[in-house]
Write a protein that binds this ligand. Structure first.
Ligand code: DQQ
Length: 537
């Protein structure tokens, strides 16, 4: 197979070829980070799903191992779908995953290392008492999947399994004393009407203050909980911050957390089926998400590959208690090479500044913008609840007052192609002083037609009293992964330039608003290529 390399990533996780989707069972065990993921060993479209397996010492350089779990038994013969890992006391890892059985029912299985002293955990055994969770009465056997990492509480292990009853999405709760015999709780942990299937639920504690992560079993005073679900109707991931009541088997989102379609998302772009895990090495919680293609399916097949994993992100609760913050793991900085630094550069209306001297197609950019006044900001029309619609109406070329300003990434020689990542600041209504829109607009990303070029956008709940807002962007050939205001709002775009390739790609900062914007500081780095999934001998 000759793989066309133009859109392959330099430092985002991907195997040499074929289809990948959800990250599965991430964990740290005996000095290695393990990442499993949904993989089609036979082609660049979804199907024949196995758990591919890679290991890393630093979350950045990866080595490939043979698939860990493949269809082989009546309880998974039609597919080994998503699931999670739990490291049991005594340092014993267990994987829970969804098997598609002989009758095409979704059942939950477990697998354990065939040889716990193998540092790579290459082989996994599926004990004969599988499946350990069958769809019970009232449970739809084709909407019952993606078990979470287990947490331990009052003598029991507990897990969630995603599901749906008619249009009501739900997280079924199960408990077990021995990890093998599981009982369904009387009620789901949580459910929301009209949200459809809840794929890949994730449920974990976060500290009320501080950026450290917590082991999944931690409960108590200084702790809030986060419930995330992947909604297959929109292919976005929504989360709430709330309180877990273990005695009542209940989770209640805070009243500051909108539960449903207008709620917070991990990412407002191509980011799905994510999973977190607790990293005991650095006491942090890490989020992995799948950034699927936006290219035409025929192009995926032609390229011979489809899907990447977004850069793993550290996640923690914002000090306002209302939302999470996300930032690429610090290990990524090891890949930073040549640097360009700027400070105090003024951008008047319609001014651009080119950031020269780095590999703009494979780069890391951190910038802080400032403005002296928000007095002239356009009034926000509070009926505009849909950020993506607003972004497609007021794109990077539509002049405003405070903004649009930001970065133009993957820009071709004569601006035929570019992917702008930018802010536009509006005057708010009574409750909110300002409304900040962040966009990552793929409409101008490629001259090619027949592919998905959305103007992804989200609002940013940020205090602007210091007159500043930051933007971090990871650019990697066919992906632009952006972090607004220190990781309050994140947007990942998959884009397929035809001209802005390799050393033909350029990078700019821009302002199209009447208010002068200052680049307080800007650092951009060429990113080098890590070891990416070489076979481990
Ligand atoms: N992908 C898996 C399912 C999951 C979906 C199948 C989410 O287990 O619900 O490949 O992308």
């Amino acid at each position: 197979v000759t793989v066309k390399q133009a859109h392959r990533t330099g430092y985002h996780f991907q195997p040499p070829k074929h289809w990948i989707n959800d990250p599965n069972g991430p964990m740290h065990y005996n000095g290695w980070y393990h990442l499993f993921y949904q993989y089609n060993p036979k082609g660049a479209v979804w199907g024949n799903i196995v758990w591919a397996h890679s290991v890393s010492k630093d979350l950045i350089n990866w080595q490939a191992l043979p698939p860990a779990i493949s269809p082989s038994k009546p309880f998974d013969i039609n597919g080994c779908w998503s699931g999670s890992a739990t490291v049991l006391p005594g340092n014993r890892p267990v994987i829970l995953y969804t098997g598609i059985d002989t009758k095409n029912r979704q059942v939950q299985n477990y697998a354990i290392p065939a040889n716990a002293s193998d540092p790579y955990l290459r082989e996994w055994t599926k004990p004969d008492d599988n499946p350990i969770v069958n769809p019970g009465s009232g449970v739809n056997a084709s909407a019952f999947r993606d078990p979470t990492t287990a947490w331990f509480e009052d003598g029991h292990w507990k897990i969630l399994v995603g599901g749906r009853v008619k249009r009501r999405g739900m997280a079924y709760l199960y408990s077990s004393r021995d990890f093998v015999h599981w009982t369904q709780a009387k009620h789901p942990l949580h459910s929301v009407r009209n949200t459809g299937m809840w794929e890949c639920p994730d449920f974990f504690p976060v500290l009320k203050s501080g950026a450290n992560g917590l082991d999944t079993s931690v409960l108590g005073q200084g702790v809030k909980h986060v419930l995330k679900v992947s909604l297959d109707l929109t292919r976005y991931e929504y989360y709430t911050v709330g309180t877990y009541h273990p005695n009542e088997d209940k989770y209640v989102p805070d009243n500051t957390s909108v539960d449903g379609w207008s709620g917070l998302r991990y990412d407002y772009g191509n980011f799905y089926a994510s999973k977190t895990f607790f990293d005991p090495v650095k006491n942090r919680r890490i989020l992995w998400g799948w950034a699927n293609e936006s290219d035409a399916v025929e192009s995926d097949v032609q390229k011979g590959w489809a899907g990447i994993q977004a850069i793993p992100r550290k996640i923690w609760l914002d000090s306002n208690g209302k939302q999470l913050l996300q930032w690429p793991v610090e290990e990524l900085e090891k890949l930073r090479g040549r640097n360009v630094h700027m400070s105090s550069v003024k951008l008047n209306k319609s001014e651009n500044v080119e950031i020269k001297g780095i590999t703009a197609a494979q780069a890391d950019v951190d910038v802080v913008f400032s403005f002296s006044s928000l007095d002239g900001a356009e009034q926000f029309d509070s009926s505009r609840v849909n950020a993506q619609d607003l972004c497609s109406e007021r794109g990077s070329g539509v002049p405003g007052n405070v903004g649009p300003f930001g970065l133009l990434t993957l820009v071709s020689e004569h601006l035929e192609e570019f992917t702008p990542v930018f802010f536009r600041i509006f005057k708010g209504n009574d409750q909110e002083k300002h409304k900040v829109l962040m966009c990552s607009d793929a409409r101008s990303s490629s001259l090619k037609s027949g592919l998905y070029k959305p103007s992804f956008a989200g609002f940013v709940d940020v205090d602007l009293s210091d007159g500043k807002i930051s933007l971090g962007t990871l650019i990697d050939h066919s992906v632009v992964e952006s972090f607004g205001a220190g990781g309050k709002t994140c947007i990942t775009s998959r884009v397929y330039p035809t001209l802005a390739l390799f050393d033909k790609a350029r990078l700019f900062a821009f302002n199209n608003g009447t208010e002068t914007i200052t680049i307080e500081t800007l650092d951009a780095w060429s990113m080098s290529r890590p070891v990416m999934n070489q076979a481990l001998i």
